[in-house]
Write a protein that binds this ligand. Structure first.
Ligand SMILES: Nc1ncnc2c1ncn2[C@@H]1O[C@H](COP(=O)(O)OP(=O)(O)OP(=O)(O)O)[C@@H](O)[C@H]1O
Ligand SMILES: [Mg+2]
Length: 373
């Protein structure tokens, strides 16, 4: 009986289907937030149609209570049916997602296994596309370059700039930077500016050539969004050192105050309640203040070379000038990645990537055409 009521409803849908479909389309177009409620209303309406017609043969032998019962049951059946179909459709999507995640985790596990065994070979994206001369070159082997440690020099000799995936950003780089020579690094997005420093910082393997550089602790990397550690204001300046390390190095709070005055940040000492104050520094400090804290950190550590990767973008030009002057004074040689025109005057050489696999390393003189924003 209930099924026949449902069938009867379907007949109605056939007869006046266009009207119903247009109502449903309207609901599903996203014009209304309560799509689901509208679809339910339409469903109940469809089911109710046979019960509205007193001549319907289904209602012939029924009293009102029975008709109501069947109406209700038919409605519930349709709702359950639609919920079940919905669940089947959604579970298909969920299964596809799960299969995707499983595939990726499996791939990661296989790559890690291959890396541990030292036989990882990248699946090339360009594979089979074109077999030009690039394919004829010798395969790049991670770790085949040579790293030499020496103070006060950064020297790249025929070093290819290659991502861990095997993508070649620059075929070969050769340049020498001695202490005291600031270098401005520029080029379009994704050309390999940060990647150069990932190789320098030994985060990425050397795929060839020879790099001469000081030990890792004598190089300092300042990113665009500096990391603020959990702890006191002092911890922010001396990170990654602890207070004990600081005292061992013979540095006092007074010296730290000097560091923050160099970046014109003395006011935060009073504002935040002294060196022992503990806050959520990521939130409390503004973007520019975080960048200045990172620079104060640089002055605390006084490395031989520092890499400033777009790290003064939120600092005003005058403060920036002050910071560069002080870095020169204390003998920190800077590699700056920046698109700011105002920074050229603080540098002696520029390293410009063209984004197509070439680069230019040249002295900045009066002839050099300065660009940037
Ligand atoms: N961990 C990684 N593994 C593989 N490829 C990477 C990785 N990190 C970056 N790349 C790729 O290396 C290329 C160069 O990235 P890089 O971060 O050096 O660019 P960039 O010149 O610093 O750009 P931007 O101006 O946006 O900072 C990009 O194509 C990027 O997709
Ligand atoms: Mg970068």
């Amino acid at each position: 009986m209930q099924l026949s009521v449902v069938l009867s409803s379907e007949q109605y849908v056939r007869d006046e289907g266009l009207l119903i479909i247009s109502i449903m389309l309207f609901c599903f177009k996203g014009e209304l937030k309560q799509n689901k409620d509208c679809a339910t209303c339409v469903g109940w309406y469809v089911v109710s149609r046979p019960f509205m017609n007193p001549d319907d043969p289904l209602l012939e032998n029924m009293n009102q209570a029975e008709a109501l019962k069947h109406y209700y049951n038919a409605g519930r059946m349709l709702i359950r049916l639609s919920e079940a179909i919905g669940r089947v459709v959604l579970s298909g999507r969920e299964m596809a997602r799960l299969a995707g995640f499983t595939e990726r985790v499996h791939e990661l596990m296989m790559v890690l296994k291959d890396l541990n065994l030292g036989k990882y070979e990248r699946t090339m994206v360009k594979e089979g596309k074109d077999s030009d001369s690039e394919d004829d070159r010798e395969p790049l082997v991670p770790g085949s370059g040579k790293m030499v440690y020496q103070d006060n020099i950064i020297d790249f000799q025929k070093v290819p700039l290659v991502t861990p995936n095997g993508d070649v950003l620059v075929k070969e780089m050769t340049f020498t930077v001695n202490s005291g020579v600031n270098v401005l690094v520029c080029g379009p997005n994704g050309c390999g500016k940060s990647s150069l420093f990932r190789i320098l910082g030994e985060l990425w393997p050397l795929f060839g050539g020879e790099v001469t550089k000081p030990e890792a602790r004598k190089l300092f990397y300042v990113p665009q969004r500096p990391y603020m550690t959990l702890g006191t204001l002092r911890d922010q300046i001396i990170y990654p050192d602890s207070k004990e390390d600081m005292l061992k190095r013979g540095i006092t709070d007074q010296d730290l105050e000097d560091s923050i005055s160099r970046v014109q940040l003395t006011n935060i000492l009073e504002r935040e309640g002294g060196w022992e104050s503990v806050q959520d520094w990521m939130d409390v400090l503004s973007g520019g203040e975080k960048q200045r804290v990172a620079m104060a950190r640089l002055f605390y550590h006084k490395p031989q070379f520092a890499i400033l990767d777009e790290c003064t973008s939120a600092v005003s030009v005058d403060v920036e000038g002050y910071i560069y002057a002080h870095a020169r004074e204390v003998g920190i040689t800077l590699f700056t990645v920046s698109h700011r025109k105002s920074l050229w005057k603080h540098h002696d050489f520029y390293l410009m990537f063209d984004g197509r696999g070439d680069y230019e390393f040249k002295e900045i003189d009066s002839e050099t055409e300065v660009f940037g924003s």
